[in-house]
Structures are given as structure tokens and as C-alpha cells.
Design a protein around this ligand. Structure first.
Ligand SMILES: *Cc1c(COP(=O)(O)O)cnc(C)c1O
Ligand code: SF4
Length: 394
């Protein structure tokens, strides 16, 4: 009995050891010609980072050796979801390897023009569950508020690419969310508001605070949540003043979009520590992406590294059927296999829920390995993580 466990663990361990660590060329920004002259104070200024995002081919080609596919992709992305890469994120790119997981998430390729017949502009049917502008009300007791169309970086797999990354669609007017807030105020069943977008942490402190303040005046709201990728793509945004502002609106939870262990840099760790120290519980959301994080060993390392920076793995999403993302999509089996390799083998806190956000607006549906072997009258036959069979009598 013990022997099977030992061999299984040894197998997993050796897999972890031989799995190639991503070429973690932690480049110093001053080594990149584009940033040679940059003052460290500017580098640490999130507004400087936003203003100096890489959006053009001749800029990104000073950071990496572009492939033909990438060059075409950048040209074709104009008028769709454009490219935008923060200087910080640019330092994480492998200049020579087009398969670099960091690079594939931010540089468009020609693959984005391959649209499969199953793919949709709005794969989760958000637009049809919208009772007020920028609001999605799908579940009985909670809503999703799309606070902005801006992000620090545009992820090539983004499920909301119909909305984000189109400069002409950005509406940051102070009354943008007022109709949504009125709807929330008049619906007493809503106890939880998830503020997402776009990325709400690209808003100025005052704009975000104004929104939090308005929501706080609604007595039936029990807590608020922020959904963001900023601690990963623009950790400089997590400033002392932001954190002390957010602290006033406790209980406030935060879900951070992390996809690869290479994203957990020392700089991101500092940002997450500041957030956690100010009493914000942190969760992660990860999109399962082919060739990026679809190996169980990569996912396990990500989950372990998240726990070390006090982020509790929350969801792994099957990549939605968004137009032009076929090259990122794995079979569902890959996600089930990842959960199979996590559950029982590692810390329970490190096992997120694998979900498919159902096409057409069915919401998040959990997908799990099947642990029930058979079920009869008063009797469950179960298997554990090692495949051993046990019977539970009711
Ligand atoms: C994901 C999501 C939520 C929040 O779901 P939880 O499972 O509570 O995190 C709420 N509304 C919509 C439309 C969502 O997509
Ligand atoms: S940060 Fe989120 S909303 Fe913005 S592009 Fe990435 S996945 Fe899309």
C-alpha cells in the first residue's frame, strides 16, 4: 500500500525536477536598449509604465526577435484588440524563444485570424444578461460590474476582447456606472459585487474610490471584490496610497489573474504582500492555455508559488470559445488531468476549481475527475487520489 504511494510521489517529483524551468532570463530593464536611459523613479511610476506601453512593431522588435507570424499578428491586431505591453512585462519576455509563455500571452500572432465555427464574440453570453450598462447579472445573489474597458496589458486569450483594447470604446466618465449602481441598489438580493472589466486597477485612485464609496452606501451589499491582472502586468500600480485607500472598504476581496510561474517575480511578490498585509484576501484565476500552462507540473509549480505569496488558487478556467483563440485551447481532458494530479497529491489550498464558463450564459460549471466508482442503495464506492477503492456506507 505504502509502496504505490511512494512510487507515485517519486514519479511526480522526478517529473517536477526534469520539467524544464522556463528560461528565466530575469532581464534588468537597463539591458534593454529601449529602456537604457530610464530613471528608476520613472520605472517605478505606474503612470510612466502606462504611458510607455509598447504598442508598435518597431518598439517590440527592440525587445524580442520577432517571428514572421508575430509581425503579421501585430499588423492584423490593429482595429481588433490591439497590442499593449507594459515595459515591466516586456522585461519578462524571452527575446529568442517565440514559445515563451510570457511572450505568447502578449504578442499577437497570425493564429488570431483563424476563427473556428464554434467561436463567438461573446462566448459567455454576458451581453444578454445585462440589465444595465456595464453590469452582468447572472447568478441570484451577485453581479459582475465592468468598471472600465482598459487593461495594463491586453492578453491575447482575453474572453472580453469584444470590449477591451479598443481605444474608441473606453468610457471613463464619472457617471459611467451610475445606472448599474441604481440597479444594484434596487435589487436587495444582491450581496456581492465583483468589480472587473477591463481592469479596475487601471483607474486612478480617486475614480476607483468614488465607485467603492457609492457601492458602500448600499446597505444590502455584504462585501466587494476586485478582479484584476494588474499585480502581474503592472505591479508598480500597487502603491501605498492605493492600498490604504482599499483598506477603508474592507471587507474587500481580490481575484488576480495569474497564468504561469514565470509571472511570480520579486516585484509581483512585493505587490501581493502589500495587498495581503492590508487585509485583502487574495485569490487567483488562471486560464488553461495550450503550450503555456497545460502541463500538470507547470500548473503545480504555479499553485505552489501562489501559496508562497499568500494567494489562494481559486479557479482554473477552460479557455472560452472566444473568436481567434483556437491556438490557445486545450481539450477538457487536459484540465481534468491537472486536477487529478493536484488533488490529494498536494496541499488542498493549492487546488483550485476547474470550470467551464458555459457558452450561452450558463455560468461557471465545475469539472472534476470522477471519484465515485459506483453508487448503490446506502453505499458509495469511491476511489482516492492513488486509485485505491473504498466503500462508504450511509
Ligand atoms: C464569475 C462570475 C461571477 C462570480 O462568480 P463566483 O463563482 O462567485 O466567483 C459573477 N457573475 C458573473 C457574470 C461571472 O462571470
Ligand atoms: S487583463 Fe483581463 S480583461 Fe484585460 S485583457 Fe487580460 S484577460 Fe482581458
Amino acid at each position: 500500500m505504502a509502496n504505490t504511494a511512494v512510487t507515485e510521489n517519486q514519479k511526480l517529483l522526478s517529473e517536477a525536477v526534469i520539467a524544464p524551468r522556463p528560461a528565466r532570463k530575469s532581464r534588468d530593464y537597463q539591458q534593454i536598449s529601449l529602456y537604457k536611459e530610464v530613471n528608476p523613479l520613472d520605472w517605478e511610476d505606474w503612470r510612466w509604465q502606462m504611458r510607455n506601453r509598447i504598442t508598435k512593431l518597431d518598439q517590440i522588435s527592440q525587445v524580442v526577435n520577432l517571428t514572421k507570424e508575430e509581425e503579421e499578428g501585430i499588423k492584423n491586431a490593429k482595429g481588433h484588440m490591439a497590442m499593449a505591453v507594459t515595459p515591466y512585462w516586456a522585461t519578462l519576455l524571452d527575446p529568442e524563444d517565440p514559445a515563451c509563455p510570457i511572450r505568447r500571452q502578449c504578442i499577437p500572432t497570425q493564429n488570431e485570424s483563424n476563427i473556428s465555427p464554434y467561436e463567438m464574440a461573446d462566448p459567455c453570453g454576458e451581453d444578454s444578461d445585462s440589465p444595465a450598462p456595464h453590469l452582468v447579472h447572472r447568478y441570484p445573489d451577485r453581479v459582475l460590474l465592468l468598471a472600465t474597458e482598459s487593461c495594463a496589458m491586453y492578453c491575447r486569450h482575453c474572453t472580453r476582447r469584444r470590449l477591451v483594447g479598443h481605444a474608441e470604446k473606453v468610457d471613463n466618465s464619472p457617471d459611467r456606472c451610475d445606472a448599474a449602481i441604481d440597479y444594484i441598489r434596487s435589487n436587495k438580493k444582491i450581496r456581492d459585487v465583483l468589480i472587473s472589466g477591463g481592469d479596475p486597477l487601471t483607474l486612478e485612485d480617486e475614480v476607483l474610490e468614488d465607485l467603492l464609496k457609492k457601492l458602500r452606501t448600499i446597505p444590502h451589499l455584504e462585501f466587494l471584490r476586485l478582479g484584476t491582472r494588474v499585480p502581474v502586468t503592472l505591479p508598480q500600480r500597487i502603491t501605498e496610497s492605493l492600498v490604504s485607500m482599499l483598506k477603508k472598504y474592507s471587507p474587500l476581496w481580490m481575484s488576480i489573474h495569474f497564468n504561469h510561474p514565470k509571472e511570480i517575480t520579486r516585484r509581483t511578490k512585493i505587490a501581493c504582500e502589500m495587498l495581503a498585509d492590508s487585509g485583502i484576501p487574495l485569490g487567483s484565476q488562471t486560464v488553461l492555455l495550450k503550450g503555456i500552462n497545460d502541463r500538470p507540473s507547470t500548473m503545480r509549480r504555479l499553485m505552489h508559488d501562489l501559496l508562497k505569496i499568500r494567494v489562494r488558487p481559486y479557479y482554473i478556467y477552460q479557455c472560452d470559445l472566444v473568436r481567434g483563440t483556437q491556438h490557445f485551447r486545450t481539450p477538457v481532458e487536459a484540465g481534468i488531468n491537472i486536477i487529478e494530479k493536484l488533488r490529494g497529491h498536494t496541499t488542498g489550498y493549492g487546488v483550485p476549481t476547474y470550470v467551464i464558463d458555459a457558452p450561452g450564459g450558463g455560468g461557471k460549471i465545475p469539472i472534476n475527475p470522477n471519484y465515485v466508482v459506483s453508487q448503490g442503495k446506502g453505499k458509495y464506492v469511491l476511489r482516492n487520489y492513488e486509485g485505491k477503492v473504498y466503500t462508504y456506507l450511509e
